[in-house]
Design a protein around this ligand. Structure first.
Ligand code: UD1
Ligand code: CA
Length: 434
């Protein structure tokens, strides 16, 4: 391993979540907490990540499948954070550089302050650099004790605090950089002599200092970065923080968002400049939206949706696993699932694709410049050729896909002649041909 390396602690169950799944697999803005922390670590410049797994180990590993340079170490019994870090020793036996330690239940951790900590450790060469944070409400966190000159003394866990210590607002976010060798040496000296009877990682800085090594604690993180998730209420807070960050980034990139309070965009979504999002719209999952699009109000774009430039998706439209070509309009009350749509297509109000045949999801393909009438149903698998028109209320079946340049009406939809189409003007579903 080239280094620096990150160890992320994720072996606990998280009892207060009242959940069957491991705590770090709960999602914030579309991705598991552990993934967010892994991304923050790589974003800060680490070469490798070691995730400590225990409770629900297989599920956690599966959630991180396919990531290069993510390794796993198992902590068989949850004896405390110090013991958890010790489990990484075998994976890191040939590594001697800096190790950043993070916890898997702080999903809002950003990579920028972590990168600064790594940089600072590199330039100062200290054996232990801790990032701390000053928060309005320190409850739940370990507190940072300093002497009168401000020099770091030790970390004291809330459960071991005197009332005076409990009032300290500088806290330990569990974000440390150690040099590997000293870290593992010192962990051997940690004893479970505390209120919880656990092996505390928080004892290590004090042990190092006592042995004459240099330890520094600097205020480096904001309250939002270090929000630890123990309950569903915390999860909702993390959602609010991350959601706001995502929307701010999109606005920085040129997207108009009229009402950030009622707009939700997944952390994996990409949205082009000059797209406008109206209130009460949700972009959920891996979704790509081009430039100059118009979304909402009340639109739902789900996983696997791709909108090319200048697409309009209006009120009460639900789209999943579908691609819409440039200039296509879906303005009201439609459901499009597993549908590929060409350029400059108009989907009338209330038109839907019936993509589920009871057993499988089926595909619908719609060509360029097609007009789909209001209230029509396209029963997949089916296709509509370029420049064709489907009458209002028509039901296009799998048995009769619509060829190019044709007009179909009725239930089930059938072609009508060009001449009649021209004469009759708008198609009347009550009067299908023949
Ligand atoms: C820890 C810190 C505390 C800090 C707080 C928030 C210690 C002793 N205390 O307390 O100073 O303010 O985090 O960052 O470190 N874990 C394991 N194996 C274990 C125990 C924990 O993998 O045996 C993992 C958990 O899954 C979790 C993380 O370590 O992801 C933190 O554990 P948690 O029990 O939440 O520690 P805190 O009590 O919050
Ligand atoms: Ca915690």
């Amino acid at each position: 391993m080239k280094g620096p390396v990150a160890i992320i602690l994720a072996a606990g169950q998280g009892k207060r979540m009242k959940s069957e799944k491991p705590k770090v697999l709960h999602e914030v803005c579309g991705q598991s907490m552990i993934r967010h922390v892994v991304h923050a670590a790589f974003g800060a410049g680490v070469s490798d990540v070691v995730v400590i797994v225990g409770q629900g180990a297989e599920e956690v590993k599966a959630n991180l499948e396919g990531y290069a340079n993510v390794h796993f170490a198992t902590q068989h019994q949850q004896l405390g954070t110090g013991d958890a870090v010790k489990s990484a020793r075998t994976v890191l036996k040939d590594y001697a550089g800096p190790v950043m330690i993070l916890v898997g239940d702080e999903p809002c951790m950003r990579s920028e302050p972590l990168a600064s900590l790594l940089e600072k450790q590199k330039t100062t060469g200290v054996e232990c650099l801790m990032g701390t944070s000053i928060v309005p409400d320190p409850s739940g966190y370990g507190r940072i004790l300093r002497d009168t000159t401000g020099r770091f003394l030790r970390i004291i866990e809330q459960k071991d605090c005197t009332p005076d210590q409990a009032a300290i607002k500088e806290v330990n976010p569990s974000c440390y950089v150690f040099m590997a060798q000293r870290l593992f040496e010192s962990l051997e000296e940690v004893r479970p002599a505390n209120a919880q009877g656990e092996y505390y990682l928080t004892d290590v800085p004090e042990i190092l200092q006592r042995k004459g090594h240099e330890v520094q604690a600097i205020v480096a993180l904001e309250a939002d970065d270090i929000l630890g998730i123990n309950t569903r209420q915390h999860l909702a807070e993390a959602h609010a923080i991350m959601s706001r960050r995502i929307l701010d980034r999109l606005m920085d990139e040129g997207v108009t968002i009229y009402d950030p309070r009622t707009t939700y965009v997944d952390s994996r979504a990409r949205i082009g400049a000059d797209t406008v999002i109206y209130p009460f719209s949700v972009v959920d999952g891996e979704v790509t939206v081009g430039k100059n699009c118009r979304i909402g109000p009340f639109a739902l774009l789900r996983h696997g949706t791709v909108l090319e430039d200048k697409v309009e998706v209006g009120a009460f439209v639900d789209i999943v696993r579908s691609e819409l070509g440039e200039g296509t309009l879906v303005r009201h009350l439609s459901y499009l699932g597993d549908t590929e749509i060409g350029k400059r297509v108009t989907i009338g109000a209330g038109a839907i694709t019936a993509n589920f045949d009871g057993r499988h999801k089926q595909k619908t393909t719609i060509g360029d410049q097609v007009t789909i009438g209001a209230g029509s149903v396209l029963v997949a698998p089916t296709s509509i050729g370029d420049r064709s028109k489907v009458g209002a209320g028509a039901v296009v079946t799998s048995a009769r896909p619509v060829p190019e340049d044709s007009t179909v009406v009725g239930v089930p939809a059938q072609p009508i002649s060009k001449a009649r189409d021209r004469q009759s003007g708008p198609v009347d579903p009550e009067q299908p041909p023949r």
